[in-house]
Ligand binder design. Structure first.
Ligand SMILES: Cc1cc2nc3c(=O)[nH]c(=O)nc-3n(C[C@H](O)[C@H](O)[C@H](O)COP(=O)(O)OP(=O)(O)OC[C@H]3O[C@@H](n4cnc5c(N)ncnc54)[C@H](O)[C@@H]3O)c2cc1C
Ligand SMILES: NC(=O)C1=CN([C@@H]2O[C@H](COP(=O)(O)OP(=O)(O)OC[C@H]3O[C@@H](n4cnc5c(N)ncnc54)[C@H](OP(=O)(O)O)[C@@H]3O)[C@@H](O)[C@H]2O)C=CC1
Length: 496
């Protein structure tokens, strides 16, 4: 346990020293840090304690709005002292919360792994999530979440001939693009790649880039030099034994995590092999060729040196649910929060990957466990806590009106807006308008009754602002017919 103090921090206290603050935030990831920053700005007279199991914190820097809703930002791993320098009322406690005792409407007590009691007026749980434990009770099955886990993966890949990647979401998509000089077999339960993010059409568009990257010759054995990323300035020190409860991980990696890590074996380049429509049924003992074998649900048995399991996340709720039956959870295991980020327990809020949005959601918004939403929820939770502390209520932030996400898959910019895969729309009640130029761009609009409900934009289309406005304004575009995506029609002119 260590501490970086704000005002009145004084000498480093022993584990038995109790602490108290008007606002306590648990979690040094993007949600917790955004929450603490908002509280520091809005309630400069109040003390804030940030309790984080990870020694470094994550902060959003270089925030660039691309449109009203789409925001791009870097994520910097920072020393805790950097946060207290920026926000002098915030004290960071490097410790793990092990239980929560919400004694009454005026606050409660958080107990930490080092035995410290931290009294709070209002508490925000931003404890993130950890990888879903699919197949993970085998030593050759790895997951990716924090710096430590990538380091372990890097060491294993270096000596591997064949890696099985299981899962079809963000991590698998980024990994199969990144791992080189090893045979990669990607096991996906769907009929197309990257299904957690894109539809079959966009996947088809991305596939050649995925295959090209894997087939790329190893040249002289090294990738071209990578630009150094300032967002990854610090290296997380491995947590000292006993500092955090077993199984607790550091803050999640984020955008461009893979740019910093070389994941390379020593084999000749091999084409990416994709096994569609199946899962790993069970793991079998190795044989004289492979240390591990996997039986797929399509009947094949594949030998491998290691398996990367990337099948989604499980919210870190255990420290908060134990002894608190009133804390309500959603079906996905997250802590249910209302439209003001309040949990079912008085004075306790939650934000980021650990929470599940339990409010009546706007038509074009839905939750996905992403950096953007962690930052939005963390900041908004801080604003709500600050307002409630003085008896005020807030109107919900406009960022929860429409889903928006920008990322890069296989070196293509990918923008997802609104109900981009027809989420929430009744089958047969919506249509799709498409424009695709192989290797250059893929534009898909989801339309319902002549109004744009969602969009997928792959490549540098420059269309995000236009379609964001059309989704928000719900203008009837049926008179435009296919012209809506005609390359020679400037849609913006229509709506000026
Ligand atoms: C490999 C990878 C790549 C990703 N890439 C992207 C991307 O490109 N774009 C994107 O939008 N999203 C991406 N994500 C998702 C994104 O990283 C998460 O949605 C986001 O980090 C969630 O932030 P958080 O603050 O809620 O949780 P976390 O970042 O998980 O932080 C949780 C914090 O709580 C601490 N903690 C946990 N339990 C306790 C406890 N009991 N006591 C004290 N502290 C505790 C942890 O140590 C950590 O500091 C990626 C995730 C991964 C794993
Ligand atoms: N660029 C970005 O925006 C990135 C975002 N992330 C985020 O980080 C988090 C972790 O990423 P990731 O682990 O990839 O999770 P995701 O939620 O992105 O994807 C999980 C995938 O695994 C599949 N799956 C679930 N269970 C199994 C199983 N038992 N066997 C086979 N497949 C299974 C899911 O299928 P189904 O949907 O059918 O359940 C889904 O396709 C996510 O919140 C993700 O959004 C991560 C990396 C990059």
């Amino acid at each position: 346990m260590s501490e970086v103090g704000g005002p009145g921090a004084g000498p480093r206290p022993g584990p038995s020293d109790d602490l108290s603050a008007a606002f306590v935030v648990v979690g040094g990831g993007i949600a917790g840090v955004s929450c603490a920053e908002a509280l520091a700005v809005l309630r400069p007279e109040a003390n804030v304690i940030l309790v984080s199991a990870s020694p470094l914190i994550k902060a959003a820097t270089n925030v660039q709005p691309l449109t009203k809703y789409l925001v791009q930002f870097d994520v910097e791993e920072q020393a805790a002292s950097e946060l207290t320098r920026r926000c002098p009322t915030v004290r960071v406690l490097h410790d793990a919360a092990v239980s929560m005792r919400p004694d009454g409407p005026d606050g409660g007590v958080l107990v930490t792994a080092s035995g410290r009691r931290v009294s709070y007026g209002r508490l925000c749980v931003c404890a993130g999530a950890r990888p879903k434990p699919t197949l993970t009770d085998h030593p050759l099955v790895l997951t990716v979440r924090d710096t430590e886990s990538v380091r372990a993966l890097q060491a294993r890949v270096a000596g591997a001939r064949r890696v099985l990647v299981v899962g079809n979401g963000g991590i698998a998509t980024e990994l199969v693009h990144k791992v080189r000089a090893v045979e990669v077999v990607w096991v996906v339960r769907h009929d197309h790649i990257s299904a957690a993010f894109v539809d079959a059409g966009a996947a088809e568009f991305l596939l050649p880039a995925a295959e090209e990257a894997q087939a790329e010759p190893a040249a002289d054995g090294a990738d071209p030099p990578k630009p150094l990323l300032k967002r990854m300035r610090y290296t997380e020190a491995p947590a000292a034994a006993g500092e955090a409860p077993e199984g607790l991980v550091g803050a999640a990696l984020g955008p461009d995590w893979h740019a910093r890590w070389e994941l390379r074996g020593t084999e000749a380049a091999r084409p990416l092999r994709i096994e569609y429509g199946c899962e790993v049924a069970r793991l079998l003992p190795g044989d004289d060729q492979w240390p591990l074998r996997a039986e797929l649900t399509n009947g094949q048995v594949l030998g491998a040196d290691l398996v990367v399991s990337a099948t989604g996340v499980v919210p870190n709720v255990e420290a908060f649910t134990a002894g608190n039956p009133a804390l309500r959870l959603a079906d996905d295991g997250g802590i249910l929060v209302d439209e003001q980020m309040r949990t079912a327990v008085a004075g306790v809020y939650a934000a980021g990957d650990v929470c599940s949005a339990g409010w009546a959601q706007a038509k074009h918004w839905f939750q996905m466990r992403l950096w953007t939403q962690a930052r939005q929820m963390g900041t908004y939770a801080g604003r709500c806590m600050a307002a409630h502390a003085v008896g005020e209520e807030l109107l919900q932030d406009f960022c929860f009106e429409m889903f928006s996400h920008v990322t890069r898959f296989f070196d293509h910019k990918v923008v997802l807006l609104g109900l981009h895969s027809g989420q929430k729309l009744d089958d047969g009640d919506w249509e799709v308008l498409l424009r695709a130029v192989k290797g250059k761009e893929y534009v898909k609009l989801v339309l319902q009754h002549g109004r744009v409900q969602g969009a997928v934009l792959v490549g540098d289309t420059d269309l995000e602002e236009t379609f964001e406005n059309l989704i928000l304004d719900q203008v009837d575009v049926s008179h435009l017919g296919d012209d809506l995506l005609h390359p020679h029609v400037d849609i913006e002119d229509y709506f000026d």
